[in-house]
Design a protein around this ligand. Sequence first.
Ligand code: NAD
Length: 669
Amino acid sequence: MILTEFQKSIIEGIPDHLPKPRPYDRNISHAPKRKDILNKGEKKLAIKNALRYFGKKHHVILAPEFKKELEEYGRIYMYRFRPDYKIYARSINEFPHKSKQAAAIMLMLSNNLDNAVAQHPHELITYGGNGAVFQNWAQYLLTMKYLAGMTDEQTLVLYSGHPMGLFPSHKDAPRVVVTNGMVIPNYSSPDHWEKFNALGVSQYGQMTAGSFMYIGPQGIVHGTTITLMNAARKIKINGSDNKWLLLVTSGLGGMSGAQPKAANIAGVVSITAEVNPKAAYKRFEQGWVDGITENVDQAIEVALEKQKKQQAHSIAYLGNIVTLWERLVKRNIHVDLGSDQTSLHNPWAGGYYPVGLSFEESNAMMVNNPDEFKRQVQESLCRQASAINKLAEKGMYFFDYGNAFLLESERAGADILKKDGSFKYPSYVQDIMGPMCFDYGFGPFRWVCASSKPEDLNITDNIAIHVLEKLAAVAPMEITQQMKDNIRWIREARQNKLVVGSQARILYADCEGRIKIAAAFNKAIKDGRISAPVILGRDHHDVSGTDSPYRETSNIYDGSQFTADMAIQNVIGDSFRGATWVSIHNGGGVGWGEVINGGFGMVLDGSKDADRRIKMMLHWDVNNGIARRSWARNDGAMFAIRRAMESEPGLKVTIPILADDSLIDKLFE
Ligand SMILES: NC(=O)c1ccc[n+]([C@@H]2O[C@H](COP(=O)([O-])OP(=O)(O)OC[C@H]3O[C@@H](n4cnc5c(N)ncnc54)[C@H](O)[C@@H]3O)[C@@H](O)[C@H]2O)c1
């Protein structure tokens, strides 16, 4: 077999010779310079740590180069080792491999580092400002080499991006086990992340970044569409007329970039503020937002006009969200729906840009004067909350989008709490996604066609529609609305041109839907109707994988929202029931130390083994979370787990007995 240059490079791994230094490419979005957090001794340690990947003969050249990177960027990325070939989701057989499963994983992680997909590709950051696939390029090169050489009798172990190595296992074991940011709980503050990451010993894998499951903003368009459709339903039920609703929000980054597109699909007029011109223009050029302006009044005028004309339309305001909110208050504009998707899980290192400073000024200040930067962020949050409060008093429905906006605003001293100490506004999970989706097992099921051919994706779409329609015909009333929304979504998905990077599709589905769709894909692969394996997964914004008290588990009210047993159980359970890879992370949307989330990937190759894994693993992956939500006394989950037990006699779940509130209250009278 003749190997391509790409294949030769993968098999070589970290090259024995030193590649030429690579110029810093200014045409690409780069991670902000990270905080200078290490003392002299720790800096020496960071450089020594980085040199572990390279032959001693190169240390004299690399040591000062790594010192310079640490000083200039706050991290050692090893830019020189960034490969020459284009990184993207090639067709599975282009990746050199001995194990098909390993090749599928190479495809998935390559997609996460594609320039068209990743937020800061040269710093190996996929989304969320700090969601890393690897800490440095040596880890990438070594991991790809291991994957290329491994068999189905080995498991690759990744410690926060670092490939510890291949360990003998067996064909039913996961091919890769990923842990990201696992630290001793007392060492889990944001500054601990800064320090451990600068030392090169830990990383923030976010959710789908470090688990190789990112599929670009499509992944989130679907969830955002469902959220906005249900939010709009909610306020319409609460009495508003049938006029076209106006949504105001912020962020056109990795996930937030999906908002304008979702708003259009949901039939809402939207203005989204974004301070980073590169992020804003990227979304505009991709067609995810219809118009762009630096003039705040113009943004408002266009929105009002489109509302009048009853046309769904999305506008990017290139500026600070606080400027937009304050202008809306000043002009007394009625906003129907409000939210925020700045990266407040990472408030001090580029996640939130305070009003009054330019984008460049902020980037400089967060490094050179972090204390003053923090003060400005907090002042900005107070102003933002104050403007939101004024609009909410006039009827706006505001919800936290799981980005820690309420949490950080409260920490900043903003007027964001009710008298009883709870937040003035609900999180979207408390009000919408939790009770309407997660409690019933609906979550962000997704798949990627490993041929990387759009034709295969079309076939999978059609299969999914067919399966869902059959299920919807006999679905109980409690889940009919969700089924309808999801059928509409999958029907329109193709025309909405949602694919960026790998040939991927997301579709909210419950346990039964996920298993039946997956089984139908596996059959189509076996029959040759789909030309190559299909990779299943989900993001972590789901019923089971994530313990996150201000987001995924914010509608858990039995006090267990601060425990993380569910996420840990989930990843352990997935790994022995047939996942091809599993991952567990500290940090994810809401911040380091604030969440534990787990994920999986599963390769379908048309085999009987795949059929067995689908049934066993997907069943656990969904019902673990339903059982926990049911134990927390959530109505929908109690309904769903009873239904699951009826259809699977092997499932025996402890059902809560509901105590009478009056009995308890009397005890304290
Ligand atoms: N979309 C979802 O369904 C969802 C779900 C859960 C959580 N989130 C959270 O939403 C946040 C955003 O995620 P992301 O991947 O888009 O992150 P991101 O960092 O890629 O994007 C955030 C964007 O906000 C911009 N921004 C920051 N401060 C601003 C300001 N003051 N005014 C205007 N723009 C500003 C940044 O320039 C950046 O482009 C994260 O905290 C994420 O965890 C999103």
